[in-house]
Design a protein around this ligand. Structure first.
Ligand code: F6P
Length: 325
């Protein structure tokens, strides 16, 4: 390959910047030119691209978000949209593409490389949701979980001081990864996940038991995609049955996606960016680089999308019930 395009797409995730830096510098080190594409597939279609050098990525290791900007682009899901993107790539003589993002990004990448197999494509898992097969961790998951833990610790102070029960919503439209990890790290009394139906009666019993056992506060973490319905309605339903606690709801929202990447995400981003360029140079395409058991590996994008997503660790869930008595 002689010229490589790099983009970030979908939801931003801390660790994307260290990853962009690694892609750019590994390519240039190996004599490959780099073009940055702004706003993901949108920039590819609208020809919003610029040449990058080693200094384009100076001092970004510590920055959250993505210097390339990101977007969710519906036009790229159409054959015509991808044709425009291909033409722009050819006009710039770009023969390989690194895409950093989550499942939407990978779906686009797969369609594109099936339509235009002459452009080599390598995916890098970048999403706080940690829901791609082929990498134990995705970029941003560690930082986002730490951010959530920090927020919940603060809420616990208030919950404890006022004898309150808090329902806290965390991100994860289809994934309970953040909810489960943060739940364990913060000693949550209940964790509600999209992957597992929750019996509300059981939750109420559990909270009543906590009240009986003289718990001064309780925290229930609810992943955004949990199927029990709106978190405010859920809190009301519980309030009807548990009168002693004052019940509050906090939705953490987009603060979970921002902030400086943790050491783990900086190192993961660097390793995956470096590995992606090396994989492209040795002829790989339509694959995703990931980290499993501390070893870098590649997985076909199709498998990354269809393999088991975040595998709910039942042992962790069982542990929550024991440790929160
Ligand atoms: O980044 C993934 C994610 O955080 C999901 O968990 C969430 O549902 C979604 O992004 C929301 O993103 P946005 O509001 O930017 O569309």
């Amino acid at each position: 390959i002689s010229k490589l395009g790099v983009l970030t797409s979908g939801g931003d995730a801390p660790g994307m910047n260290p990853c962009i830096r690694a892609v750019v510098r590994t390519a240039i080190y190996n004599g490959i030119s780099v073009v940055g594409i702004r706003q993901g597939y949108k920039g590819l279609i609208e020809n919003d691209m610029f040449e990058m050098g080693t200094r384009s990525v100076s001092n970004i290791l510590n920055l959250g978000g993505t210097i390339l900007k990101t977007a969710r682009c519906m036009e790229f899901h159409t054959v015509e949209g991808r044709e425009k993107a291909y033409k722009n790539l050819k006009d710039h003589d770009i023969d390989a593409l690194v895409v950093i993002g989550g499942d939407g990004t990978f779906t686009g990448a797969l369609k594109f490389s099936q339509q235009f197999p002459d452009v080599r494509v390598m995916g890098i898992p970048g999403t706080i949701d940690n829901d791609l097969y082929g990498s134990t961790y995705t970029l941003g998951f560690d930082t986002a979980t730490n951010t959530v833990i920090d927020a919940i610790d603060k809420i616990r102070d208030t919950a404890d001081s006022h004898d309150r029960l808090f329902f806290i919503e965390v991100m994860g439209r289809d994934s309970g990864a953040i909810a489960l990890r943060a739940g364990i790290a913060c000693g949550a009394e209940g964790i509600l996940l999209p992957e597992k139906a929750t019996a509300i009666d059981e939750l109420i019993e559990l909270l009543k038991k906590g009240e009986f056992n003289k718990k001064s506060s309780s925290i229930v973490i609810v992943a955004e995609g949990d199927k029990s319905g709106n978190i405010y309605d859920l809190a009301k339903k519980v309030k009807q049955q548990i009168s002693n606690y004052d019940i509050k709801v906090t939705v953490l929202g987009h603060l979970q996606r921002g902030g400086a990447p943790s050491s783990f995400d900086r190192i993961l981003g660097s390793r995956l960016g470096y590995a992606a360029v090396n994989a492209l140079m040795s002829g790989h395409t339509q694959e995703m680089v990931g980290l499993e058991a501390n070893v870098i590996k590649t997985t076909p994008i199709e498998e990354a999308l269809t393999g088991h997503k975040f595998k709910l660790e039942d042992d962790l869930l069982q542990m929550v019930d024991v440790l929160s008595i």
